[in-house]
Design a binder for this molecule. Structure first.
Ligand SMILES: Cc1cc2nc3c(=O)[nH]c(=O)nc-3n(C[C@H](O)[C@H](O)[C@H](O)COP(=O)(O)OP(=O)(O)OC[C@H]3O[C@@H](n4cnc5c(N)ncnc54)[C@H](O)[C@@H]3O)c2cc1C
Length: 394
């Protein structure tokens, strides 16, 4: 029986571990935190993306569609929340209309079901408190509880004979012809193969494995406000702006969650620590700015960067972004809530890596880029990884 180690108990690592255990491998997940889903998986919008945005033929486009089907089935099988609340991508000016049309075409090319193009009146039938000159409606876009999915995946791994070791930070990796030795929590583990799904910790683990690679993780903090009290009733499902095609983030949106909260956010602010949940944390400043891609990216996107930093400092900027789509909102309706940090791979030339990226060398498989919609796509990413590494499949 092949012994496989997986670094990271986020939704991607756990999905990979479950897939490999189901295929007969002896799997051990090593996670540095005391709980699963402690980072990106536990700090996101909770949207099961339908596949609207991604270039047809990309891994994101394919694995998102496959992932939605697998996730829906998985949630039904395990009694986990999954609600098709629907999404509107709203154009607030006529200038945005051509982008909206292109988005609808892309969504159809990706096989997203039920896509409709609506005018200003049509969109109010879906979201009575929203305004805009037009919208793309995706009625099957859903919301889910990704941390709950991750916890269930961890149980599956154990039921399939594997183990999930929390409080086991991976500190060193040595690869030889006989296997991969991994040091974690003062213990030595020996595996036939190692799959790294370490999110914000990817570069550190890649360096331990002697594979720094040609991209680096740059952390982008995403801050949120939550709607208080009756203001929640102003939003039925998901209301998104037309995204800026030059940028991989979707813009501040309004998102209903499975627990009834409605979030406003996230923005995207360059963080100076991998786990930079607050402004004050600048722990990895040196590492992040030493990568030439970071400064090149900052030069290229400085206008957006300045806007996002202002947004981060000013509640009013969040309010204005939200009021563009739901004008009835007032400052008192917004209260600050917990944010997340995205692990976004950036190339040496400053380009933001758009697609999912998996690197296979020797006995080590490294997930280099798994930003949104990786939570949506996690079960499909797991199948993809099992498929591209034939030795992992019995
Ligand atoms: C603000 C925000 C909003 C988002 N919204 C959505 C959305 O609506 N829909 C969607 O599909 N996606 C969304 N995403 C993206 C999604 O959350 C991520 O793509 C997904 O969670 C990635 O999962 P992961 O397992 O790769 O990473 P993570 O969940 O970050 O897990 C990585 C794990 O590796 C562990 N680790 C790191 N280093 C080590 C080490 N040395 N030893 C042991 N363990 C280690 C970490 O502790 C962590 O638990 C969003 C992300 C953010 C931040």
């Amino acid at each position: 029986m092949e012994k496989i180690g997986v670094v990271g108990a986020g939704i991607v690592g756990l999905a990979v571990a479950r897939e490999l255990a189901a295929r007969g491998a002896e799997v051990t997940v090593l996670e540095k935190e005391h709980r699963v889903a402690a980072h990106q998986t536990g700090h996101n919008s909770g949207v099961v993306h339908a596949g609207i945005y991604y270039p047809p033929g990309s891994l994101k486009a394919r694995l998102c569609r496959e992932g939605v089907a697998l996730l829906k089935e998985y949630c039904a099988e395990h009694g986990l929340p999954y609600e098709e609340v629907g999404k509107l991508v709203v154009a607030s000016t006529r200038a945005e209309r051509p982008l909206l049309r292109a988005l609808a075409e892309r969504a159809r090319a990706n096989g997203v079901p039920g896509i409709a193009e609506l005018d200003g009146l049509g969109l109010r039938e879906i979201e009575p408190h929203a305004v805009g000159v037009g919208a793309v409606h995706s009625p099957r876009t859903a919301i889910a509880d990704f941390p709950a999915v991750a916890r269930r995946l961890a149980l599956d791994v154990v039921e399939l004979g594997g183990s999930v070791r929390l409080a086991h930070p991976v500190m060193a990796i040595r690869e030889s012809v006989r296997g991969v030795q991994v040091m974690a929590a003062r213990r030595r583990f020996t595996f036939d193969r190692l799959v790294v799904c370490a999110g914000l910790g990817t570069d550190a683990v890649a360096a331990m494995a002697g594979r720094p690679g040609e991209v680096r993780i740059v952390p982008f903090r995403g801050e949120y406000y939550a709607l208080a009290g009756a203001a929640r009733d102003l939003v039925r499902g998901l209301i998104y702006p037309v995204p800026d095609p030059r940028y991989p983030f979707l813009g501040v949106h309004l998102t209903r969650r499975v627990d009834g909260e409605v979030l406003v956010g996230p923005n995207a602010v360059l963080a100076l620590a991998y786990e930079g949940y607050t402004w004050r944390n600048v722990r990895n400043f040196g590492q992040i700015t030493r990568w030439p891609g970071t400064l090149r990216m900052a030069r290229h996107h400085w206008r957006t960067g300045v806007k996002e930093i202002y947004g981060s400092l000013a509640k009013r900027s969040f309010l204005n972004a939200a009021r563009r789509y739901v004008p009835e909102l007032r400052a008192d309706d917004l209260r600050r809530t917990e944010g997340g940090v995205r692990a976004q791979a950036v190339a040496r030339d400053g380009g933001l890596v758009d697609d999912f990226a998996v690197d296979v060398q020797g006995r080590v498989v490294l997930v280099r880029n798994a930003p949104s919609p990786a939570a949506t796509s996690s079960l499909a990413i797991a199948r993809h990884i099992s498929g591209i590494v034939p030795a992992l499949v019995r």
